[in-house]
Design a binder for this molecule. Structure first.
Ligand code: PLP
Length: 434
């Protein structure tokens, strides 16, 4: 950051503070991660200068087949950009076994918008996971385009088991006859059976759209069932377990390729962020290496170890634990006397532990207060932490819970948190630039 440091000290100061925050604190937000230096370099490269509306390929008029570099762009000078985007596409296809990939969505939400526009028309009925049960805003929240434009029917988790009851979802599908079923989650700790969702969709002749934003990294290495063989369209973010730059991506069948591309550009976006697409290509290269598999396995081992230690310390976990990267602690209702999700998030923050409040299924508090805390292991696993550290982290979280009103005690806990973090260096050369 030497140029910013020299030319814009005001901006440098806050950017450097953010670097320090990421380094010193424990990052337990389930949707975050730390990218490699290659990914950072690509994201900060001269590719940000290039306009490249269109695609690095065209569909053959005769066969409909996709052919690379046949002037599918609206601007000149795209010969190298084309190659960059082609690399990202081909690598993503290899990772997920998809027939067609669009790497241009600026974010997960934009990928989802293009997916809706491809599969359903305004006013159509869509069956999707309720936000309070782990769904995402773009799965039908009234304030999102999805809730505004479509007739949303929600399914939730079973009250007893807190996991999907596929028979109940089938019943809802039969009753409401949705044109599309949407699954995938932001706060669901157990695995999702995409094959079952396909069967349900087929029974009522609905399209199946899977949003694998959170679990894409686990899917990439076979730690979670791959939705690609079952879904009409799969969307994902690239910055969560997949450990790439902030962005989105769509995977689909050959049959839907043209329509998906049209709905991304010009349907919902203009010029693609080619520097970010280069960073996606860099991340996909990493995802194809053997050590990425080891990394994804460790994410789950760590989540299971953290879940066990939290349970041993007396916490109740939604769905009684995890088999992914994610844990949802149920802090209890108002009557139980403990902190709300909001209070606990604040207390954790004061102790240098970054996590977010989250509703639990059948929550009695509103979403901005919530009764749960969502935790994830992707970022701390990138730093190199293992099962031993998970036990320590569970104890730190427990200490915060027990002292959530005591600012002094929280400041003491923060010192222990910083000591733990310091043992797992992050971007040491960037820090040295300060
Ligand atoms: C994170 C997430 C998204 C949205 O990603 P943005 O890049 O923040 O728009 C969409 N769906 C699910 C399930 C997610 O978890």
């Amino acid at each position: 950051m030497s140029f910013i440091k020299k030319n814009d000290p005001e901006l440098f100061d806050v950017m450097y503070k953010e670097l320090e925050r990421q380094t010193e604190n424990l990052e337990l937000i389930a949707s975050e991660n730390f990218v490699s230096r290659s990914v950072l370099e690509a994201a900060g490269s001269v590719l940000t200068n290039k306009y490249a509306e269109g695609y690095p390929y065209r569909f053959s008029r005769k066969t409909g087949e996709l052919k690379y570099r046949l002037y599918g762009r609206y601007y000149g000078g795209c010969e190298f950009i084309d190659k960059v985007e082609e690399l990202a596409i081909e690598r993503a296809k290899e990772i997920f076994g998809a027939e067609h990939v669009n790497v241009q969505p600026h974010s997960g939400s934009q990928a989802n918008m293009a997916a809706y526009f491809t599969l359903v028309d305004p006013g159509d009925t869509v069956l999707s996971l309720e936000l309070a049960h782990g769904g995402h805003l773009t799965h039908g929240h009234p304030l999102s385009f999805s809730g505004m434009m479509y007739n949303i029917i929600s399914y939730g988790v079973d009250k007893e088991t807190e996991v999907f009851n596929y028979d109940e979802i089938l019943k809802l599908a039969k009753k409401h006859k949705p044109k599309m079923i949407l699954t995938g989650a932001s706060a669901y700790p157990r695995k999702i059976d995409f094959q079952k969702f396909r069967e349900i969709a087929d029974t009522v002749d609905a399209k199946l759209f899977v949003d694998m934003a959170h679990i894409a990294g686990l899917v990439a290495t076979g730690e979670h069932q791959n939705p690609v063989p079952y879904a009409d369209i799969v969307t994902t973010t690239t910055h969560k377990t997949l450990r790439g730059p902030r962005g989105g991506m769509i995977l689909c069948t050959e049959e839907l390729a043209k329509e998906v591309d049209k709905q991304v550009f010009p349907g919902t976006q203009g010029g693609p962020l080619e520097h970010i697409i280069a960073a996606k290509a860099a991340a996909f290269h990493e995802a194809l290496q053997d050590d990425f598999k080891t990394y994804q396995k460790q994410i789950i081992l760590n989540a299971k170890a953290l879940a066990k230690a939290l349970k041993d310390n007396g916490f109740r976990l939604v769905a009684d634990g995890t088999d992914t990267h994610l844990i949802l602690i149920d802090l209890g209702t108002k009557d139980s006397g403990g902190p709300s999700g909001k209070k606990m998030e604040g207390a954790l923050d004061n102790a240098g532990i970054t996590a977010n409040k989250n509703t639990v299924p059948f929550d009695t508090r509103p979403p901005f207060v919530a009764s749960g805390i969502r935790l994830g292991t992707p970022a701390i696993t990138t730093r190199g932490m293992k099962e031993k550290e998970m036990k320590q982290i569970a104890d730190l979280i427990t200490e915060v819970f027990d002292n959530y009103k005591d600012k002094e005690k929280l400041a003491q806990i923060k010192q222990n948190v910083n000591e733990l973090s310091a043992k797992f260096p992050l971007y040491p050369d960037l820090l040295a630039e300060g």
